[in-house]
Design a protein around this ligand. Sequence first.
Ligand code: TRH
Length: 382
Amino acid sequence: MRFEPARASRVSGARWDIFCNVVDHYGDIGVSWRLARQLALEHGLDVRLWVDDLTTFHHLCSAVDPGLDRQIVEGVAIRHWRPDADVRDPAAVVIEAFGSRLPEPYLLAMAARAPQPVWINLEYLSAEDWVEGCHGRTSPHPRLPLTKHFFFPGFTQSTGGVLCERDLETERRTELAARPQRTGTVATVSLFGYGGPAVGALLEAWATGAENVLAMVPESRILPDVTGFFGLSEAAPGQRLERGSVAVLILPFQSLDQYDRLLWTCDCNFVRGEDSFVRAQWARRPFVWNIYPQEGGAHWAKMHAFVDRYTEGVSAEAATATRELWRLWNRGETSAAVMGTAWRRFRSAKSELGARADAWATHLRQLGDLSSNLVRFVSEQL
Ligand code: TRH
């Protein structure tokens, strides 16, 4: 679909507000920050990002000063979203990331604004079929003359796609071209996840396996399970731990850009949540997803829905190897023997899964990136 110039200028002249309530971990702010940065830098928009937890934000972006209520970073006006923040001046486009509840005074100001703001709820990413039917739907506010639009990221043409910076693929290719070829005798792995008993089981399987594995572990919640396997209570960045066929290198928590580079250069990436999950897909390498656990086990349907799509067209062996390793990793498998068998099957399919990872990223690119799809969607509502 073409982006009409008249509408484009209305979108670009308008201010955009993004509200992010950091529920836990880094995904909420990771996605909100990426989107805000892209809207400002790539679409030239006037963006304010309201975040209630600047300390977590600082962890992902060191340029953010947690002590400042107002600051501009990479072209984005960042506001500390405190309960008493002055929110009486609503923007023309308002994005609630992941159902972050807008403050009542802001809603009232939105209702009083003419023309009415375009109000978007940016939803969680899911590969489930129902997403297509809900993407773009509207919901009237129960009391105020406001309409909320639901914008769903996703993996098909009938969804909003996923975030991807304009130059990401060029940067990836340049980076890989500049790196010397690896010998291929060691499987390099990046390890990020929610932790739990499967970590020890996997490390034991690697330690006793025939293949040498080098696991790079950025400092994060998984680290105690990793150090625990080596009988240590803690380990510092730069430390290398070894047992049998496995070596673990502890890394400092990476900047967003460094983290991408780590994913691009590993043979296999263990990722989690939403944002690192997407970044692993752009890395075009086989990966293992630690899905964010939901109450009542709702995450299992989400995981299987993604595996169904992701493994479409691959051999039954490769599809089963993927589903099984992901299932064991997510359910917290404690047996090193079971984990070892699953890992070996997954690795046996590495050529096919590598080719599929490449084709999958090409498919995702064809959906258009989420920020451009969102700008187009908003322009249609103005
Ligand atoms: O941190 P996550 O688990 O985030 C979330 C939140 O829990 C959220 O509440 C939930 O709704 C959502 O998942 C689905 O996982 P995620 O999304 O992968 O976010 C991690 C971020 O951290 C991502 O932006 C990548 C970044 N990161 C780095 O920048 N450097 C690093 O070294 C690592 C390991 C990650």
